[in-house]
Design a protein around this ligand. Structure first.
Ligand SMILES: C[S@@+](CC[C@H](N)C(=O)[O-])C[C@H]1O[C@@H](n2cnc3c(N)ncnc32)[C@H](O)[C@@H]1O
Length: 311
């Protein structure tokens, strides 16, 4: 692939469950080829990071996984456009080691977010004298912070009247819900205009605040808030419904739509080098992006192709 040709990369490489799925294995073992791969990377920007990981982890499954990932990250850095960004999906057992590799490849200053995707449910291992594990980690790096695009995303939150009151929101005489914010930079002239539009709220102590009216949907009060780094509104694969392909580890389209909308524009190229059932490719196609998917598993490619053809 040409250098700097991809706007957005999402990858969800297999590690964590230690499972052997019908389509692919995510069990990793340290072997002779891993030592050779490790040695071959010694002179790369990843050499010191991998040596540190070997010190910490010894020559085992996690190191074998990191050595598999390392040359792929270098290639991904090469193909990423200056305005591009990369989202690496992993889990809390490996995220902190992967982050060291990502810092080495993309630069620590290019780290943008550690996104917590809290997918709900009881969580794995919840019966094993520990908290249930019910979140994944998505590491976001940009290529060049001055050129990177990030299209701000909002999430719609819904509140009952009781919750809304608890948040300090009120209703006017006509029953319309509103929240308020300080006057800020509004001039006196603007304030007169806002007052005429019913947008000025006077507190008991005589202070002036600006009203922001809220929509309602099915008796719930809704508020669109800027998306932060903790995502709790997208349920996990157990709730895929009609999206379900039967491919293990399939991710929800809603998750990929959000990432693609944030990191690319129509016509841009999106790459998923561990595409599995093709979720990224389907979301990219729906949103008018060009897309490239790769996978070791023939079944993954077959399912991805079928999903795209059916669009
Ligand atoms: C966690 S799954 C990805 C699931 C995907 N995000 C989805 O929504 O369906 C990881 C994928 O990586 C693939 N894989 C494993 N090792 C690979 C490699 N070295 N190169 C390409 N794909 C690989 C597996 O076949 C599997 O489909």
């Amino acid at each position: 692939m040409p250098d700097r040709s991809v706007q957005l990369i999402y990858l969800d490489p297999p590690f964590g469950s230690g499972g052997r799925y019908r389509t692919f294995s995510d069990r990793w073992r340290w072997d002779e080829p891993d030592r050779a791969a490790f040695d071959a990377l010694a002179a790369s920007p990843l050499g010191p990071a991998l040596s540190a990981c070997r010190e910490l982890l010894g020559e085992g499954d996690l190191l074998a996984y990191l050595v598999m990932l390392a040359p792929r990250l270098l290639e991904l850095r090469r193909v990423l456009a200056p305005s591009g960004s990369i989202y690496l999906h992993c889990d809390p057992t490996s995220a902190h080691y992967i982050k060291i590799l990502m810092d080495a490849v993309f630069g620590r200053v290019n780290f943008r977010n550690e996104i917590i995707w809290a997918y709900g449910g009881r969580g794995a291992k919840s019966g094993a004298r520990q908290l249930g594990r019910n979140h994944d980690v998505i590491l976001l790096y940009s290529c060049d912070p001055s050129a990177a695009i990030y299209r701000p995303q909002t999430v719609r939150r819904r509140y009952s009247a009781r919750e809304a009151r608890h948040l300090g929101w009120r209703q006017d005489e006509a029953g319309r819900w509103f929240k308020t914010a300080p006057r800020g930079d509004y001039t006196d002239a603007s304030l007169v205009r806002l007052d005429a539009a019913g947008r000025v709220h006077r507190t008991h102590s005589g202070h002036i605040r600006i009203k922001y009216f809220l929509e309602t949907e099915d008796d719930m009060i809704v508020d669109d808030v800027l998306l932060g780094d903790t995502w709790t509104d997208i349920p996990d694969a157990m709730h895929l419904g009609h999206e379900r392909t039967g491919y293990p580890t399939q991710k929800p389209l809603a998750l990929l739509r959000r990432i693609i909308l944030a990191g690319s524009d129509r016509g841009d190229v999106v790459l998923d080098p561990f595409c599995g059932s093709g979720t990224t490719l389907v979301a990219a196609a729906e949103l008018g992006r060009a897309f490239i998917g790769m996978d070791l598993s023939e079944e993954a490619i077959r399912i991805s192709r079928e999903r795209i053809i059916q669009l």
